[in-house]
Design a protein around this ligand. Structure first.
Ligand SMILES: Cc1ncc(COP(=O)(O)O)c(C=O)c1O
Length: 407
């Protein structure tokens, strides 16, 4: 059914010309695939030049150039906005590209940002190293302390508030509704990095967030084979982000968009299994003789349990856990990582397979032990992203690896 040619004269043209053009650009596809195809084309063609002129003038329903918009990426943006309950969303090349774009579009030289102390390391570094040089000041406060946060908002009158739903690696849950209420009353925009809490668990925009950011590299795509980010937001803010992406070029590629789109379809199933598994694993770790503290908001003992219960409303408690191996040194934790048979000892999170990471070696590597210990991230702490395997197999693997930690 492929169109043999789009040009009557093609039969008389040279072989090189025919090799390039034959079969391309069928005027009207005579088929309709059940899933959105990958549209890798960087450009789009219109028979009517006036239509093309309108498209270039900014008609959103038309595509002209993939850096401005792409049908595969649009399909992904539509489903993510729908799941997050926002008017629109926009994809980016990575989670960090999405974070950067969301911040950049909300501030100007002279602006003040109020951010939580427990931010993802590279978001913090971006605020400290990039935005400072651009004349944007960042003030830090512990968002788990609502009185201190209210005081800081009064003192600094921030233009933008930056926070995360669940902090890494201690899994403390931020009271997003309270932060949004305080921030909105002071006229600040609120950016929530919701990477640890996909929309099946929690939707920050429902509680007042202006910009909801995800590293799609994690749960949304979910299979460890995509690097991408997305910002779910209002139409007006999307337009600003789209203008930014046009100039900055940090757009999501169509192949990655397609993989993420496919991943999102199974997000509810995957995440339900991950949450169920995480609860079983957290309970098993809590009862393990070789384990000290278990940080999981689903456990009643966790400081954020009540906040998690209120925000997540019976939908689960996420699938990220951290725990200490009793009296473990760095060498003991290395033994644990090497002993893992099933769980993958690698960075990242949110994949279908379980992953274990050592914060002292990875996310908090540059922080001195003394400072880390003060905030509960000692040399004995490990992080676990729970996958969709059978929970008993995850528990068994943890058990044998923890036993081998202290040889
Ligand atoms: C909470 C959070 N935000 C943003 C990012 C950055 O995402 P990416 O690695 O896709 O750039 C990460 C990555 O680990 C993260 O954990």
């Amino acid at each position: 059914m492929t169109a043999e040619t789009n040009n009557k004269k093609s039969a008389v043209r040279g072989l090189a010309t025919r090799a390039v053009h034959t079969g391309e650009r069928p005027a009207q596809p005579q088929f309709r695939p059940t899933v959105t195809p990958i549209y890798p084309g960087s450009t789009y063609v219109y028979d009517d030049v006036e239509v093309m002129d309108a498209a270039l003038a900014g008609d959103d329903s038309k595509y002209v150039y993939t850096r401005y918009g792409n049908p595969t990426t649009s399909a992904l943006e539509e489903v993510v906005a729908n799941l997050e309950g926002t008017a629109s969303s926009i994809g980016f090349a990575s989670g960090m590209a999405a974070v950067h774009a969301a911040i950049f579009s909300s501030v100007a030289p002279g602006s003040t940002i109020l951010a939580t102390r427990d931010l993802y390391g590279h978001t913090f570094a971006s605020l400290r190293d990039h935005f400072t040089t651009w004349g944007v000041t960042t003030e830090l406060v512990d968002f788990l302390d609502l009185n201190a946060t209210a005081e800081a908002i009064k003192t600094y009158s921030p233009d933008l508030i930056v926070c995360e739903t669940i902090t890494n690696p201690l899994m403390k849950v931020t009271d997003i509704p309270a932060i949004c209420e305080l921030g909105r009353a002071a006229g600040a925009a609120i950016l929530v990095d919701s990477t640890f809490t996909p929309p099946v668990l929690y939707r920050p925009a429902d509680d007042g967030a202006h910009l909801v950011v995800h590293s799609m590299t994690k749960y949304l795509a979910g299979h460890g084979d995509v690097t991408g980010g997305i910002v779910a937001t209002t139409r007006m803010r999307r337009q600003q982000l789209s203008d930014y992406a046009k100039l900055n070029g940090s757009i999501l590629g169509p192949f990655e968009a397609w993989l993420a789109l496919r991943g999102v379809k199974t997000l509810p199933l995957r995440f339900r299994q991950q949450c169920e598994n995480a609860m079983k694993v957290a309970k098993a770790l809590d009862a393990h003789p070789g384990v000290g503290l278990v940080n999981y908001p689903g456990l009643k003992s966790h400081a954020s349990h009540e906040t998690a219960k209120r925000l997540f409303d019976g939908r689960g408690y996420g699938a990220m856990i951290s725990f200490t191996i009793k009296d473990a040194t760095k060498e003991d934790v290395f033994n644990y990582l090497e002993a893992l048979n099933l769980i993958v000892p690698a960075t990242s999170l949110g994949d279908i397979y379980s992953l274990s990471l050592y914060p002292a070696m990875a996310s908090h590597r540059s922080m001195p032990l003394e400072d880390r210990e003060k905030i509960g991230i000692g040399d004995d702490l490990v992080r676990l992203s729970v996958g969709i395997e059978d929970a008993d197999d995850i528990i068994e693997d943890l058990d044998q690896a923890i036993r081998k930690a202290r040889r």
